[in-house]
Design a protein. Structure first.
Length: 577
């Protein structure tokens, strides 16, 4: 064998000689990493500049201890008064959510790319969704209160309805765009009009998603209804506001009413999960307490299924009539129940359209234009907006750090055993169950920390929301890489760092940015309960007719901030997908 043969064989076995290829540099991913690092740094800077010091925290604990000693024991209104307050609150929330659900249908229809009649209508639909989501419901309630009689529930109904249009229509439009286009094309081929095409081929496919979105929004509206009491809207929120205003003896009553709101939120989550199971014919698959209770209670009960089996021979005439199957009777029963609930809500909310001061409607609408700064400057509003953004980022950073621990241990494929996972799941439910604005109200009233209390409250709720999303996303990952590492003897921490965390990072980034977006909207409301930031100016301007131009300016600033954040979030999702 010659030296040439050896070299040839070596080349054949080892491959062509040359530099080892390297993975090309991904500039977009590097830029995305820099942006994320800058956001984390801004969150840490926000925590430092908002005054989170040990001395402040210790003084707030001492102040809270003094207040607890002075206040009366925790109590709730009498049975009759409590029933009235609960009925009034539920009536306002149900009517407001129903109003938004109905309006969201045409808005989503013109927004979705596969149903919109014209491109410009898509722009109109998206604009409606963005604007209605950006304007806080409490600001709408304060503005509407100028055109309604004192104590009327209609400002709350319209405020909840208008604010909810954005979320419901956006999710509904997304569902429309993701349908199976086969039935739609088939109906179109028969020469049907656009309305027939939508109601016969599109709407039936998205009806389950529409119902689920409506129930989810109802839960959000119920949690946020407490803040409407600070705009004069009756119900549990208004009673809690009056109780907290009685310093300090009324704090016990205020805490009792806050507890009622918490219990009401948990009970109605169970109810909504039951509705999803019975109305849609599927077992709820979510990780919330409602879905868990329903799954446990119906574990051995078969889920209603569509009638199957052999179809008996029928005449052509009978085929033209839809049979009354068990499913059809059940669905009709749910429709009747929904109508009864709407009528009962109308009665419980004591709606009276004669309370509208029609002569003030047009002047009130005109007062919002043109936008102006009033006696303030652009710098003052800009500084206030920066404070609101700081509160949102600081709360999101605190939530992220704690949610990574809680959410990871709540995931089935990460938790060391079932007991740890179940305990963390229950803890996340507790975090999510307490309405953050109710907690912010209490902390500001007791500790007087202002924005710091707002950060703590938003972070508290954010741990529950973000932790749940992280746990769900980690459990949904394919288990192949984890099993491969287990087969070679990797420890639990090695599996997490090498297989679970890298693949779970994109949803963590996406969900954290969603939390920041939510925090910006929530932080805007802190001004009405003692915080500063842009909410302070919004609250003051909303209550005076001659200052509504400032409201428009402030709302535009919030919308611009939210749009920038949504743009960055969309780009980061694309980079790290």
């Amino acid at each position: 064998m010659t030296a040439t043969d050896v070299d040839t064989r070596s080349t054949a076995v080892d491959g062509p000689r040359g530099p080892i290829p390297h993975r090309p540099v991904d500039i977009a991913r590097i830029c995305g990493t820099v942006v994320i690092a800058a956001m984390i740094a801004f969150g840490a800077y926000s925590i430092a500049t908002l005054g989170f010091t040990v001395d402040n925290l210790l003084s707030s604990v001492e102040n809270a201890t003094k207040v607890f000693r002075l206040m009366d024991p925790i109590s709730v209104p009498g049975p009759a008064d409590l029933a009235y307050l609960i009925g009034l609150t539920l009536g306002i929330v149900v009517l407001g959510t129903a109003l938004a659900t109905i309006i969201s249908v045409p808005v989503a229809y013109v927004t979705a790319a596969n149903t919109s009649p014209a491109r410009w209508l898509q722009v109109v639909g998206r604009t409606i969704a963005v604007v209605t989501r950006a304007v806080p419901d409490v600001v709408l309630a304060l503005a509407f209160s100028l055109t309604f009689a004192l104590g009327s529930p209609l400002p709350g109904v319209f405020a909840i309805g208008i604010h909810s249009i954005g979320m419901i229509s956006k999710l509904f439009a997304d569902a429309i765009e993701q349908i199976d286009h086969g039935p739609q094309l088939a109906v179109r081929a028969t020469g049907a009009g656009k309305a027939q095409e939508f109601w016969s081929a599109v709407f039936p496919q998205v009806l389950p998603s529409w119902i689920a979105t409506m129930l989810h929004r109802f839960d959000i509206n119920l949690r946020g209804s407490a803040i409407l009491g600070y705009a004069g809207v009756g119900g549990l929120g208004y009673a809690m506001r009056n109780a907290f205003a009685d310093f300090p003896t009324g704090y016990g009553r205020g805490l009792g009413i806050a507890g009622v709101i918490f219990v009401l939120c948990v009970v109605l989550e169970v109810v909504s999960s039951t509705i999803r199971r019975n109305l849609l014919g599927v077992t709820p698959t979510g990780k919330g307490i409602g879905d868990r209770v329903v799954r446990a209670a119906t574990r051995n009960r078969p889920v209603p299924q569509r009638d199957r089996g052999d179809v008996p021979a029928v005449s052509p005439d009978s085929m033209l009539t839809r049979p009354w199957t068990r499913d059809r009777v059940g669905n009709l029963g749910w429709v009747i129940i929904a109508v009864v609930i709407l009528i009962a809500s109308y009665w419980m909310a004591d709606v009276d359209f004669s309370q509208i001061s029609w002569k003030y409607v047009i002047p009130t609408l005109q007062s919002f234009w043109p936008p102006n700064f009033g006696s303030h400057t652009a710098g003052e509003f800009g500084t206030a907006l920066l404070v609101t953004v700081k509160v949102a980022f600081a709360a999101a950073l605190i939530s992220l750090v704690l949610a990574l621990v809680c959410g990871s241990l709540a995931a089935r494929n990460v938790a060391p055993n079932g007991k740890v996972r179940n305990a963390l799941r229950v803890l996340l439910v507790v975090f999510r169950g307490v309405p953050e604005l109710v907690l912010a109200i209490f902390l500001i009233m007791v500790t007087g920390l202002g924005n710091q209390a707002g950060v703590v409250a938003l972070a508290f709720g954010g741990i529950g929301l973000l932790g749940k999303l992280i746990a769900d996303s980690l459990e949904e990952l394919p288990h192949g890489p984890e099993r491969a590492l287990t087969a070679v003897g990797a420890t639990r921490s090695q599996r997490y760092l090498a297989a679970t965390w890298p693949r779970g990072l994109p949803p963590v980034i996406s969900n954290t940015l969603y939390l920041v977006d939510t925090n910006i909207r929530a932080a805007t409301l802190l001004g009405i309960v003692g915080g500063s930031g842009i909410g302070y100016y919004l609250t003051n301007a909303s209550t005076v007719l001659t200052l509504h131009g400032q409201v428009t300016t402030l709302v535009f600033m919030v919308i611009a901030t939210v749009l920038v954040l949504e743009g960055v979030a969309t780009w980061l999702r694309h980079v790290f997908r």
